[in-house]
Design a binder for this molecule. Sequence first.
Ligand SMILES: C[S@@+](CC[C@H](N)C(=O)[O-])C[C@H]1O[C@@H](n2cnc3c(N)ncnc32)[C@H](O)[C@@H]1O
Length: 281
Amino acid sequence: MFKSVNSLAHNKRSVYNFPMKDLVSICFESEFLALVAAKFAQKNALNISTLDEASSDFILYYKEDITELIDRQANTAIHVDFISGSLAHRRKYGGGQGQAIAKAIGIKKYRLPLSVLDVTAGLAKDAFVLACLGCSVKMIERNPIVAELVNTALKLAENNDNFEDIKQQGFSLLQTDAVDYLKKLDTKSNSHYPDIIYLDPMYPQRKKSASVRKNMQILQKLLSHKENTQPDETELFNLALKFARKRVVVKRPKTAPTLTDKIPSMSIQSKITRYDVYVLT
Ligand SMILES: C[S@@+](CC[C@H](N)C(=O)[O-])C[C@H]1O[C@@H](n2cnc3c(N)ncnc32)[C@H](O)[C@@H]1O
């Protein structure tokens, strides 16, 4: 069974530009998950194997309750969970409209519901915080592995009562390149443009920085693979300025330079983060 799925995967062109065949393997916990795992492997030209046989640096592991990304070298794993764990804790005790991110998007200035397009969704932490503040959020994530972690979490949350309000507001993910997505907005009327475009581009890892949490360290490792680097942040930023109706917000480490030479209208700081805000209306 493993063999036939593998050969199918090799014959199909990946929809993602960066080949990840040697970097990530797909594994599943039980036969019940074989089909979904095989479909994903085939779509993204990845190898499917047993946990024991996998020799890649990372494993996307389909389990009964979650899908996790295992970093074999670091012997650790990450997953996304909108219902329990740190995101649920942040929802309860995160500080609401007083948070720096809330001020950055102008939650008090504009009327809710604000529509936010998060063009660098990653593990959806910021997107979820924005959804918890009452925004309707559309996430764009280019990397299919990262997108799959978020997608699984969305599916698991779907029927949970605690997620109902967020679902009603709109909280969705599209796996594509945000540059392409934004360029396509050009053909649509501006009623399709989001109020806020939010960008959190990857920032080069500082060695052994305690402030870079486990999730982000693994994400950085996955995405810093040489085939995965594509410096398109300036283009993304310029497109965001063109298509956001009210603001573009760029998240940066506190002491990092601005993303481009363009001076922000204002910057809002939290302990380790700075939000550069470009006010458009
Ligand atoms: C620093 S992470 C974002 C973390 C996120 N804010 C969170 O709270 O989890 C940046 C993410 O943006 C994604 N990304 C970078 N350029 C992109 C593009 N052009 N289109 C879509 N996603 C992109 C990367 O794959 C990565 O997952």
